[in-house]
Design a protein. Structure first.
Length: 211
């Protein structure tokens, strides 16, 4: 039988090649890719997320765990094609227009993918129009926007307004975050959710998508 605890333990340590091999072994034993994903990779990422939130691990550890998870996913993806795996939810993420910072945004993406969500990453310096256009085309549940500067965080209000103008405001949850952003600011611009860190953002996103 597949040793999900071993997969989880090795993934947390960032042992990418070993994680890949164990995922391949589990598939060869006839275990479904969805089960390996949930019990091995995603459960490990949940542990990493919780530790990150409690300052027990830091950004480098999160990144190497995410890399190991991707190695495992590379093995599972071809097997998933034939399976009818239901999508939990879809998030469009990016750093707002005029802001080139993306480390925080990248961490949020990793944590959200670790919850099994599909994340479309638009990168940095993203216009309100591009957020709305992509969210509409992809049928996303959430727009998650990040800003690291007080001068660029005002762009978040433009995203809320653009969603209104496009007639999708009632269909989409707008999540905001980044160093200068606060709960008060979130409320003042009419956004839905403020997340103070990557782990919280992923938990709140999962809540929205599984309601």
């Amino acid at each position: 039988m597949a040793d999900f605890e071993k997969i989880s333990e090795l993934m947390q340590k960032g042992k990418a090649d070993e994680v890949k091999q164990l995922c391949a072994d589990a598939l060869a034993e006839g275990i479904g890719p969805k089960e390996i994903l949930e019990k091995g990779l995603l459960s490990a990422m949940n542990i990493v997320g919780a530790k990150f939130k409690n300052n027990e691990v830091f950004v480098p550890e999160v990144l190497i765990a995410a890399r190991a998870m991707n190695f495992g996913l590379d093995v599972l993806k071809p097997a998933m094609v034939g399976e009818d795996i239901e999508e939990i939810g879809k998030v469009v993420i990016g750093t707002v227009k005029g802001d080139l910072h993306d480390i925080g945004k990248n961490l949020v993406k990793i944590m959200m993918e670790g919850k099994g969500l599909t994340v479309i990453d638009l990168g940095a310096d993203v216009s309100a129009e591009k957020f709305i256009e992509t969210a509409t085309r992809e049928g996303a549940n959430i727009i998650a926007c990040s800003a690291l500067l007080t001068t660029t965080m005002t762009q978040m209000e433009s995203i809320v307004k653009a969603a209104d103008d496009a007639g999708i405001r009632d269909k989409i949850t707008i999540m905001v975050g980044g160093a200068p952003v606060t709960q008060k600011f979130c409320e003042s611009i009419g956004a839905d959710i403020y997340a103070a860190d990557a782990a919280t953002a992923s938990e709140k996103a999962l809540e929205v998508c599984t309601k």
